[in-house]
Design a protein around this ligand. Structure first.
Ligand code: RNT
Ligand code: ZN
Length: 413
């Protein structure tokens, strides 16, 4: 008997069907962010990051060109199991001869077609898209959609509208709706004199942007945040603002795990939103003391997030995306570790006796809930994970591959 067959029996003893878990896991898409490969720089002219977010570290081998990024993505994706999507920012436009001539408010689908082609080549489930409201000269005083300068505000509204159009084409081309996530860095370093007006301007901008979009192929979402570097005192798009906006506008909220006060957890927010929304989007990241965007690892909160998705049968409602950027370690390794961790967490949750645990809660049997939870922490999930990989022609040992790629990259870059 193989280890998996034995493990299957062990789980069956506790009422868990490992085959069903594997089947479900294969169907859950994870949207992989393109920006881990080049430290969020993009292709459209910026050479540094701003907007209160930061990549730290100077590990060699950052992808400096679209060709390098694409080749890194192909390699990284070959080591990621499961169903995947690619998440692209507008700053990753292919502008060709138009570089320097057209601005972000004039981007078109053709500037992103190579991304769709890549997604098709890699057999991905879809492409997701983000307008880029940062690292650009038109961010006047660090503000975009909430700017008091009408020309600036209008420019960014046009950018948002252009992105929604591009996203509709992406969705159609992939045959899978495209999540368009709206995040802006707008805010103030110090105590503002007026907290309402910027929010009213943001509201107006969002209304204008979302006036008309393709409801079949586009899922708009708004991502709130509590603070940024240099934007410590006030964020225009905070949680209360966007949750109310999304509810009224009938769009989606996106919860980034690093965007709340340090003791708040996204795992607890997911079910609250599921009670009211048809869809909830996630940016799974790992905040260490602040919104540091560390690589996602299999920690307790990740497992808790996965449990909320799986035990509520919400895998069609929760749109899982990753959002981190680490420049202190090999970027490919960072990518692969994050995706595999997300999938491991989902598998861990799928291998829990969820229905039994819910029943125990209703019987107020928290003694047994604790016992079962602790017991399952050391169940042989690794064997099921290896089986999951083996069925996709992959294995748990992938580090050598990355090392080889790393040494090649060091010669070239
Ligand atoms: C920033 C937000 C945002 C970005 C990406 C690049 O704090 O998390 O989602 O990380 O759009
Ligand atoms: Zn995010």
């Amino acid at each position: 008997m193989t280890r998996y067959e034995e493990t299957k029996k062990i789980y069956a003893k506790y009422g868990v069907d490992t085959e069903k878990a594997l089947e479900r896991l294969l169907k859950i898409p994870v949207s992989v962010h393109c920006w881990q490969g080049d430290d969020v720089i993009g292709f459209d002219g910026s050479d540094s990051l701003d907007g209160g977010i930061q990549t730290t570290g100077n590990y060699p081998g950052r992808a400096r060109t679209p060709e390098e990024l694409f080749s890194d993505i192909e390699k990284a994706f070959s080591l990621m199991p499961g169903k995947k999507r690619i998440n692209v920012h507008a700053s990753y436009a292919f502008l060709g001869e138009d570089k320097g001539k057209i601005d972000r408010d004039a981007y078109e689908y053709k500037n992103f077609e190579p991304w769709v082609n890549l997604a098709k080549k890699l057999g991905l489930d879809g492409v997701d898209f983000n307008p880029t409201f940062f690292a650009h000269p038109k961010m006047k005083d660090g503000l975009s959609l909430s700017s008091p300068d009408e020309e600036t505000r209008a420019f960014w509204v046009r950018h948002g509208k252009a992105c929604l159009k591009i996203a509709a084409e992406m969705g159609k081309a992939m045959g899978s709706p495209c999540l368009v996530n709206i995040w802006i860095p707008d805010g103030y370093k110090d105590i503002p004199a007026d907290r309402l007006s910027p929010r009213l301007r943001l509201k107006k901008s969002l209304d204008e942007m979302l006036e008309d979009y393709d409801k079949e192929w586009v899922i708009p979402a708004v991502e709130s945040k509590v603070f940024g570097i240099g934007i410590e005192s006030y964020t225009v798009g905070n949680n209360e603002f966007y949750q109310n906006y999304a509810a009224k506008a009938g769009i989606c909220c996106l919860l980034d795990t690093g965007h709340y006060h340090p003791t708040e957890v996204v795992s607890d927010k997911i079910p609250s939103l599921l009670a009211f929304y048809d869809k909830v989007a996630l940016h799974v990241s790992r905040p260490v003391r602040w919104d540091s965007d560390h690589v996602v690892i299999l920690d307790d909160e990740l497992k808790e997030i996965a449990k909320e998705i799986v035990r509520n049968n919400a895998e069609d409602k929760v749109i899982i995306g990753l959002d981190y950027f680490d420049a202190s370690i090999n970027r490919l390794s960072a990518w692969v570790t994050g995706v595999r961790s997300m999938q491991k967490a989902l598998l861990f949750a799928l291998l829990m006796p969820s229905e039994e645990l819910k029943k125990l809660q209703n019987e107020n049997n928290f003694t047994k809930i604790m016992y079962v939870n602790e017991k399952f922490k050391t169940m042989p999930m690794g064997d099921v994970w290896e089986e999951y990989l083996a069925r996709q022609g992959m294995q748990d040992d992938w580090f050598e591959e990355v090392e080889k790629f790393d040494s090649q990259i060091r010669k070239e870059r």
